[in-house]
Design a protein around this ligand. Sequence first.
Ligand code: BTN
Length: 241
Amino acid sequence: KEVRFYDEIDSTNMEARRHAEAHESHGMVILAEQQNAGKGRRGRNWVSPKGTGIWMSLILKPEFAPEKASMLTLLGALAGAEAIKDCTGLDCRIKWPNDLVVNGKKVCGILTEMSSEIDYIHYVIIGMGINVNADFFPDDICHVATSLKLEGKQNYMRNQIAAKILFYLEKHYEKFCNYGDLRDFVKEYNLLLINRGKEVKIIDSNHTFTGEALGIDSEGRLLVKDAAGQITEVMSGEVSV
Ligand code: BTN
């Protein structure tokens, strides 16, 4: 599969989109040393300085229905956590739906974007940003963000980690396509889930509520039990611990 590498780019997700619009690019990977307009979730920006992180986007052209695409993000999170564990020995966990954290601070974010029609996916882009060898973070985010180097007290090989993520993601993707759901991953994912058994506050577009996170189901929804014992399946949103 093709891997393209850029010294400097606006955003690997944007480049992936441009590429996917123009060519058949299933399986293509875009990597950059630096992003000038790195994008985060919810319209936030993603600080992507030169040489310290993995800024990577994968283009997929799945044949399943668009509503299944968000599950790919969870597979990305799982692959990322496994790869980081393998390559660094750090206890990397998942914060639902798709942040990776080490010692409670975020080391990786995932932004999945899709172009689709009602029942047809043109392409999906899974963008992953991993803080690998950063030595510091700006004051406004240093209490929530960290790097593998800051936690492991050593430099790590970015290419080794990136290759391992792609290795796991390809494996998971193929398995996922068998059933089109996460049945084969629920257990592994939930074992890594930092929110499990903890009280979570769900911040959705229309409302906010709290409860105990039980884990994800095979559709990737987070099951949250409220004080009355009622279980809500949360499709999307953000969790604050
Ligand atoms: C988040 O908000 O947690 C998601 C961050 C995703 C950042 C990555 S870096 C590579 C890819 N290109 C982008 O512009 N964003 C994603």
